[in-house]
Design a protein around this ligand. Structure first.
Ligand SMILES: [Zn+2]
Length: 111
């Protein structure tokens, strides 16, 4: 019976020779200034704005009001972001659609 005991000695060096000097990190600028694609953050309001102000009927003529609930591209901001209650969101979307029809608000701004 051949008793082969292959002793494999591998002298593995834990020392790693650094190949290539580490250059200076070219990271981004520290100051986070306003970028081109700025996100529009709505403050989370748990309470519906119209409920608090007791606005029952949302007029489609109130463009400035409606624009607060329309994204830049003309989309209606979902109620999860605005915090508007279901009832008012529905009236709001109706008003926005009416305002669109008479060209007070854009349908979809393309750029
Ligand atoms: Zn409401």
């Amino acid at each position: 019976m051949a008793d082969e005991t292959s002793t494999h000695r591998s002298d593995s060096r834990s020392e790693r020779s650094e190949s290539g000097p580490r250059g200076p990190r070219t990271g981004g600028p520290g100051g986070g200034s306003s970028g081109p694609g700025g996100r529009k953050f709505f403050r989370r309001k748990k309470v519906c704005k119209f409920c608090t102000e007791k606005i029952d009927a949302i007029s489609y003529r109130d463009v400035r009001l409606l624009q607060g609930f329309v994204a830049e591209r003309g989309k209606i901001v979902p109620r999860r972001l605005t915090g508007v209650c279901t009832t008012h969101q529905r009236r709001l979307s109706l008003a926005i659609k009416q305002a669109r029809n008479i060209a007070l608000l854009p349908f979809a701004a393309r750029f």
